[in-house]
Unconditional design. Sequence first.
Length: 268
Amino acid sequence: MDFQIQYITPDIKLSTYDDKLFKTETVFEFHMLVWFISGETKIIQADKTYVFKAGDIFLIPRNHLATIINYPKDGLPHKAVVMHLTTERLKQFYASVEVKHKAFSRESKIHSFQSHPLLKSCLVSLIPYFEMEGPFPENIAILKITEAISILREIDPDIDAVLTDFEEPGKIDLAGFMERNYMFNMSLERFGYLTGRSLSTFNRDFRRIFQTTPQRWLTQKRLELAYYHLKEKQKRPSDVFLEVGFEDFSHFSHAFKKQFGLVPSALS
């Protein structure tokens, strides 16, 4: 696997990946503004799947589960400039800005800006700095992040509701959350955090609600979803096992056969 990340500051990076694919399940601590240079990315959330290609610019909101699958494409590596919009930086920015729309947004949707010229110009201007030797000046980094936030507010009047939501996850309905997000291969500690619980409280509440362990329930739900994709959607097993939360194809195939009495390829 050839996966490289080059930082000019802790909040601005250039990622390059030049293998068959790279998959991760994650919850970002910060909002992520991404300019896609080459390759292809599939982002799977509980209620929607997105596909981004070269030239696309998008914002991934923080504290929401997503499966991210990165592919090289057309002989070019998967390559993207990524800017972290941290809570600290956003608080500093909004301390001197009047927000017109006070309502906060807990929505998980990804905001796509296509190849907006203002945003693209801002992010393209970062490329020469990755070739610099020595530290990147902090004052310039602040200016570039401030510029990006200002442009986002200019082109999307509703973005303040997303960027000014500084709250951490509180205790929420566990059953509903898990039914929407079981396909994400996260640690139980992370599931607990996102539902506002410690690991011990999460396990206790889970057993009380579902009458089984989280591990058994998650495996069962992921296999049922895989069966649906293979049987009804006619997807390929090599695509399905990643999308439903398995990391290893042989493990997926073995578990699938044990559950349904046939190998995944028999349904596709």
